[in-house]
Design a protein around this ligand. Structure first.
Ligand SMILES: [Zn+2]
Length: 270
């Protein structure tokens, strides 16, 4: 993998190496932050000193890492291939259907993060959030482009075509009024089944569905903790739970404090 030493990717890799070497719980990533500030903050107007939404930050970081780590194909940099895209990117088919003239419009989009909506039910499971994401939804305020139709009665259906080796799911806890839905969501730590969402009749992934990973184990959780006491999304504190496969244990990473925790703490967290 080729990359510039002082690029965001270079400093990110240096930081990961350092974290593997040091024998202390915390490390201050100043040179990574400086590189991020120089290449992303100043050029792309992203204030690194402000608290950012973790999903927005991750998307910006992935885009930058992808740019820095593009793979070469016959000496030419590929816009489409990098270790970031190969690891985290999922391809989704977007089917827009006009209920009036029955015109169907298929396109593909790629995502790093699956933004799963929370269904309005008492006992929410991650499987039901995913089901809602892949359900037919009304498409608001747009008109059908077919001549003489122009109907607003259109729906959109998303279908996963290719799942990445590592899938990132974000629960859409924020509401339109800026508040946060803090309900508990049940999720498995092993064997999240995605095969039911894949279309078995689809030729595109029929051949690679054998090698496609359809069950996922949980390896990490990012928690947004409300510190305002008012369930506001704009204020709060982030920490994470990470599964360490060598020791088969879960750890909490909260600023400079790292501690081993029980798996039930992870699954019960809101
Ligand atoms: Zn139409």
């Amino acid at each position: 993998m080729k990359y510039e030493k002082e690029s965001v990717a270079g400093e990110f890799i240096k930081m990961l190496k350092k974290l593997n070497e040091i024998n202390q719980p915390a490390f201050t990533p100043s040179s990574f932050k400086d590189a991020f500030k120089k290449h992303v903050g100043i050029q792309k107007n992203f204030n690194v000193d402000d608290q950012q939404d973790s999903q927005e930050f991750l998307t910006v970081l992935f885009n930058e890492l992808h740019n820095d780590l593009k793979m070469e194909n016959d000496g030419i940099l590929s816009e489409e291939r990098s270790i970031i895209k190969d690891t985290f990117e999922m391809t989704v088919r977007q089917k827009i259907l006009c209920r009036s003239c029955l015109n169907e419009n298929d396109s593909r989009k790629t995502e790093y993060i699956l933004l799963a909506p929370l269904p309005a039910e008492d006992d929410i499971s991650l499987a039901n959030c995913l089901k809602k994401y892949f359900e037919e939804q009304p498409l608001d305020n747009t008109n059908c482009a077919v001549d003489g139709c122009g109907s607003q009665s259109r729906t959109i259906i998303l279908e996963p075509l290719e799942l990445p080796p590592v899938m990132i799911i974000q629960l859409m806890r924020f509401c339109n009024d800026g508040t946060k839905n803090n309900c508990h969501v049940n999720f498995p730590t092993r064997g999240l089944k995605m095969n039911k969402f894949l279309d078995d009749d689809d030729e595109d992934h029929q051949q690679d569905s054998m090698e496609q990973q359809e069950e996922f184990d949980l390896v990490g959780v990012i928690v947004h903790e409300d510190t305002s006491g008012q369930q506001l999304l704009k204020v709060g504190h982030y920490f994470s739970y990470i599964f360490h496969s060598d020791t088969n244990s879960w750890y909490e990473f909260n600023d400079s404090i790292v501690k081993k925790i029980d798996e039930t703490i992870v699954t019960k967290k809101r």
